[in-house]
Design a protein around this ligand. Sequence first.
Ligand SMILES: *[C@@H]1O[C@H](CO)[C@@H](O)[C@H](O)[C@H]1NC(C)=O
Ligand SMILES: *[C@@H]1O[C@H](CO)[C@@H](O)[C@H](O)[C@H]1NC(C)=O
Ligand SMILES: *[C@@H]1O[C@H](CO)[C@@H](O)[C@H](O)[C@H]1NC(C)=O
Length: 487
Amino acid sequence: MSRHWRAPFSLLLSAFLLPLCASAANSFENTAIVRIVDLGGALVHLTTTYAIRALEDGSNVYTIALGEQEHGHTSWLEAKLKGQTERLPLEDFGYHKDSGVYLYTVELPKALNVNQTANLVIETVQTHATYPWPEEAAQKDPQSLKYHSELLVLSPYKTAVQRTKIKSPSPQVHSYTTPESVEFTTDAVVTKAGATITYGPFYNIPPSATGTFVDKKQKEIVVHYALDFPVLEVTKLERAAEISHWGANLNIEDNYHFHNAGPRLKGHFSRLEHQSQGYFGRPAPHVIPSLQLHLPAGIHNVYYYDLVGNVSTSALRTTPSIPKGAEANRFSVLEMRPRYPIMGGWNYSFTLGWDSPLADYAGFDSKTGKYVVGVPIMTVIPGTVIDDAEVKIILPEGATDIDYYAPYPALSERISTHISYLDTVGRPKVTLKYKQLTDKHGGVIYVTYKVPSTAHLRKAIASATALLGFFALGLAVKRLDTRIRRK
Ligand SMILES: *[C@@H]1O[C@H](CO)[C@@H](O)[C@H](O)[C@H]1NC(C)=O
Ligand SMILES: *[C@@H]1O[C@H](CO)[C@@H](O)[C@H](O)[C@H]1NC(C)=O
Ligand SMILES: *[C@@H]1O[C@H](CO)[C@@H](O)[C@H](O)[C@H]1NC(C)=O
C-alpha cells in the first residue's frame, strides 16, 4: 500500500461513500454466491462467483466487501465476467469505518437493466493465511496446517443463497468447525465429502457489509488439514537487472532468502533419515531438498552461489531465445539444490544470476528516440509468497529522460545513481519495492530512456515493434491496476 496515496483518499471517501453505498444497496441483488477456497501452504486461492441481478436500469458499478481478517491476508484481487479473460476495472475504496469492511467497486463492461443478470468472478490470493499445527514436527512426522476464515461472504446487497466450499489439498482433514446457532439455514451448516468441506447453503441473507451484521452474525471457522508439500516462503528477494549496451547484455542477479514455514524441526536433523526417506521415494513433506525454477529462455552464464561458495550440484536445462513478441511458452529449467535440505523453520540464502541477449528484452522507439527495456519483476515460484521484494534496474551510463511503467504500483520507487568502480559518472538506477507478492504478480517493468551514440545497438534491436506492442499492453493493464493495496 502506498501510504501517501491512501491517506487523502480515505478523507475524501467518508464524504461520498455513504450515499454511494446507499444507492448501491438498491441497484443489485445476489441471486447466488459460491466461494471456492483452495487451501495450500503459503498461498490460499479463492474464487468467488456472484450471480447478480440488477434492480435498477443502468446498474454498472458493483461493490465487493472484504472483512477485516480477510482483507489482512489478501494480496491479490481481480474481477472478471465468468468465462471471459479480460479483467474488469477495479477501484479500491479502502476501509469503511462505519461498516468495518474494506470496499472495492467493479465496473461492469455494460450497464444492466432491471432483471438483467451477470456472473461476476472475483479471484483473490491470500498470503500467510495458514500456520503449521502442531508447530513442531520430527523429521518423519507428517505436516499439517490450520486455516482460519469467516463463515459468510459479506456483501452490501441482499443474497438469496450462498455457500462456501473449502478444498483441502489432501483428503486428510483432521477437523473443521461446525458453527453453532447459524441463522439462514434449517439444514446442516456444514457437510464434508472427500477433501471438500461445504458451508451452507445459507438463504435470504440481508445486506451484510455492516458492523452490526459482522458483530452479530459472522462466525469464525477453522480447518485443520494435512499438506504433503513444503511451505516455501521468500522472506526477501533483491533483484538487480543491469542493462549493458556495450555488451548487448541484460544481467539479472537475484538474492534470495528462503524460509521453510512448515512446522519447526523437532530434535536434530539426521542426514541418514533424510537419505533413506529419499531412497524410498517419500521425502518428508516439510523438507525442501530441491526446487525447480523456471528461468527465461535464451539465458547463458548461469551462476548460483551461497554464503559458502559456488554450488555445483544443480542441473540446468536451457532453451533458446523466443522471438520477440511471441508468447513466452518455453523456459530454461533450473533444478536447484540447496547445499543442505531446508528443514521446517530453517532459512537458506543464495544468489542466482544469468546473462541474456539484450535484444530479447529491448526495443527502440524511433518516434520518441527512446529505448524500451522490459525487465521481469521476478521469477514466479508457484505457491510461494515473497514478503519483501526490491527490484533494481541499472541503466547504461549517461542514460537520460528515464521513465518506467510497473504492472502494479510499488510501495516505494525512486531513481538514483549507481556507482561501480568501472564507471566514471555512475549509472542511473530505478528501484521499486513491493511486499507480499504471489504467483499472480509476475509481470514486466518497462523502462524507457535515451542514450547518445549507441548506433550499433540501435541497429541490432531495430525490429522493436513487437515489443512495443507489449509495452502498450503493459500501459493498458497498468491503468486497470487490480492490485490490492495493504500495509
Ligand atoms: C423483474 O422480475 C420480477 C420477478 O421475476 C417481476 O415481478 C418484475 O415485474 C420484473 N421487472 C421487470 C421490469 O421486468
Ligand atoms: C564460482 O565459479 C565461477 C565460474 O564457474 C568462478 O569464476 C568463481 O570465481 C567461483 N567463485 C567462488 C566463490 O568459488
Ligand atoms: C530465518 O529468517 C527470519 C527472518 O528472515 C528470522 O526471523 C529467523 O530467526 C530465521 N530463522 C533461523 C532458524 O535462523
